[in-house]
Unconditional design. Structure first.
Lengths: 120, 120, 120, 120
């Protein structure tokens, strides 16, 4: 179930946080569901406003598993810069479903946003 | 109107809450609209990052009715664990429309997110 | 541009509010864009968990206009009850685009959610 | 990847803000991803509830770039009024992906919303 390619146009990891780490750290997450019976090999490519894209970031989402990957934790080939506009394309060799979430705790009370990614 | 199968990739019931129960308890809800003239028999399957899926959870959504089901209240075949990443596939024998919402009251002011689920 | 029929599965007008009215009153809004050159005649039908649907509520969205209609302000054929789960189907004689938003000010800081409605 | 035309039905820039500018200024943003190898020429048209649309606003999104454009900063042919309901159609000569976000800091803690725009 799902698509092989998805996009998120709005990416932004706030620089600051309030509250206990890591639960309340400001973060962005790409949530991937692989409901099939074959492990999915997934690559992320990160796009910026003023430089060439970075990638691929490589993830594996097991068969019948979900992976909620924080962009904060990506480090190969490079960390995702904080306080910087970005976007992301997700490509998978198996059909998957992708959703995007942010927790913003720059102020003392956290705010949340989510949307299904765009299946392309 | 709608589809027979939907997916939510981002599931997470916060462990903590602030404010009067049950209204302000941190929760996640799957909202199902059955606008048709036949009762819909619906099953949920919950996916995790590190174990096999759990299900089916069985729900009935009456003809011309909406059901806003908190994941917090599901208990057969097992409760949905708190503070744990999950995902969900919703299957229905009638076409339905599915939307996903979270209220997070871990901090003293609540945050909200919503998205239409992915029709697969 | 758009569709003739849309659905929102998650409807809920919080009972309480904080902050100056009407701006910060807890509310739900259906936002309709009619980018075409003909006025759109729109009807809403409200679905509940435990009773028959109510409607039609009749709206006109002018040619090349947007209407952001608070569910709080609907009163014919009946007001939309507060603190009650509902859902909504939007039907239009012209193609329109529909988005759903809630502002929840039950606690002292407001929370927001939005999603495009489901085009059916 | 993407579409040539998108719509956002819910536009509203809150009049007031709390927190350091420009980061925490209440704002709305249209996030555009151009993953292709040709610069995209993009035009925005803004729709209102009670007057004719304003536009085109002209933007360029470079090849393999994302642009997160605040509606607050648009000024040609006219600024987008604050505290006013609006909607937006985005047209591009190249396929792009469009997402819509608001940060509302009218109260002391910020709230967020996002959704993918509607591909029409």
């Amino acid at each position: 179930m799902g698509h092989h390619r998805w996009a998120i146009a709005e990416g932004y990891i706030p620089k600051a946080s309030n509250g206990p780490e890591p639960e309340m750290t400001s973060h962005e997450t790409v949530c991937i569901l692989n409901a099939g019976d074959t492990d999915a090999q997934v690559t992320l490519t990160i796009y910026f406003s003023d430089r060439e894209p970075i990638g691929p970031y490589r993830l594996t989402v097991g068969a019948r598993r979900t992976l909620h990957q924080r962009f904060n934790d990506l480090d190969k080939p490079a960390a995702v810069p904080r306080g910087t506009d970005y976007a992301c394309i997700i490509e998978s060799d198996q059909p998957v479903v992708v959703q995007h979430t942010r927790l913003d705790s720059r102020q003392s009370e956290n705010a949340l946003l989510t949307t299904m990614a765009y299946p392309g």
